[in-house]
Structure formats: structure tokens, C-alpha cells
Write a protein that binds this ligand. Sequence first.
Ligand SMILES: [Fe+2]
Ligand SMILES: [Fe+2]
Length: 283
Amino acid sequence: MEYEIDLEGSIEIAEGIYWIGFYDQQAGLHCNPYLIVDNDEAIVIDGGSRPDFATVMMKILQTGIIPDQIIALLYQHYDPDLCGSIPNFEDIIKRDDLRIISDSANLMFIRHYSVSTRLLPISKIDYQYRFSSGRTLRFIKTPYAHSGGSFVTFDPQSGILFSSDLFGSEGLEWELFLKLRPECMGCVELSDCPLGRSNCPINNILNFHRKLMPSAKALNYALKKILDIPFSMIAPQHGSVINDKKIIRYVFEQLTNLKGVGIDAIVKDDYDFDFGDLRKRFK
Ligand SMILES: [Fe+2]
Ligand SMILES: [Fe+2]
């Protein structure tokens, strides 16, 4: 069913789970923070950049959640596009028990954004977070996809996988839920759309991964780990939510076959690192 989505407001993508992002039509890179509400508790996932904070906070308020109900801020790595607004959240949430949750390899850097909040490594909570109700979020490490401490978050209740930069995309044309025409599946002309579309969303996803992921090895390792998770929807930190099984499979196929990822595009696998005579160089 086709329907208009009001991107000016928060959008409930599953029961109690909200997209609280900001669609900047001038920017190619949109950030997708999410809010999970469980009874009177809420968690913000990858809260967003500093300039986006006012919009993100307004959208949180629109869901009926007040700042003091936010019990934790979850960051799946430490980039400024998701962590930049940590000081703003700290200013507005008046709770002594607020936690910033992340992998310890990320917290090493996240602590430089944070003024007052206690940091909670996912290793200390057995890679899962339990709300008071018992609802549990699971954290799965995806090292070097793209940060050393990167991980993804699975919510078994909704079936959503919050994938951070994985399955992300960059491009001026954007939609909250990725839609493809049947002809798009199996298309090999990604850079020159046979349907005349000026911007191929799959091409945008692939280019984003070529640019952001350090190598095909890191990307494939993450994809393999994700494949073991019984998710039904992917909610990335950039680009579009993917909730169609056929599209998920198609994107998976494209990503697992991706070439020229990160350093792979610069240094060939058989490159011979001849460092010469180091004794001569450093005599
Ligand atoms: Fe990132
Ligand atoms: Fe990002």
C-alpha cells in the first residue's frame, strides 16, 4: 500500500520503536537515530550529531516520552555523526543513573564527548541490555565494520536489527523504507539505471560500503555474523530501513560480492611490501 509518511514527525517503525531522524534534503548523509520505548523507560540508539539535536529531541517529545524517561544512550561506535549530541542529551536528562552503553573500544573515545554520564561496556552486561520489564536487547560485535569496537543491536521482540553504518547509504534521494521495482533485482547496470532513475539506491549502498568499510574481509565477517541473527527488518544509521525480505536478500548478495572495499581498492592482495634495508634507512 502506498501512503505518505510525514518525515517532520517521529515515525513508529514497529510497536514502541521510533525513527527520530532528520531528513536534510541538502545533505547526502542523513542520520537515523532511533528510540525504543518499553513501558515508561526509553533508550536512544545512535543519538545523532550536535546540529540535529533540537530536531531529534523534538521528535522524542512527540512520542510522549520526556527526557527523564531516557535511561540509556546506546552508541554502536564512536563517530561524531552519532555521538556529537551526547553533551546535549546530558544537559537535558536529569537522571543520576543514566548510562552510556557501548563497546569498551568505543568508550575509550566516547568519554571525550561525555561530561558526567557513567559509561557501561557491553562486555560487562554479557552483551545484552535488559529493561525493567525483562525485555532484552542483544549486542553482536562486528569488528572493523567499520570501527574496531563496532557492534549491531538486535531486538528480538520487534525483529529489528539496528545495524549502524552497515546497510547504510548516502545519496540526495532518500526514502525511509527502501523500495525497489521487481526489475531492480538482478540488475547489473547499477551505475547507469536502465529504468532512467537518476540515483540507484543499491548503487548508493554499495558505494557507501566501498568508502566506509576498511576491507572486504571486515565487511564479510560482519555480514556472516549478522546472518546468524533471526531479524526481519534492518534499521541502519544512514540510508533507508529495509523491511522486505527479498530486498534484504538482494542487498546481502550485492554486499557479499562487493569488490574494491576500503584499502582493497588501493592495495591489491598480492602487493609486495618491500621495505628495503631498514638498517640503512634508520642508521
Ligand atoms: Fe561511522
Ligand atoms: Fe555513520
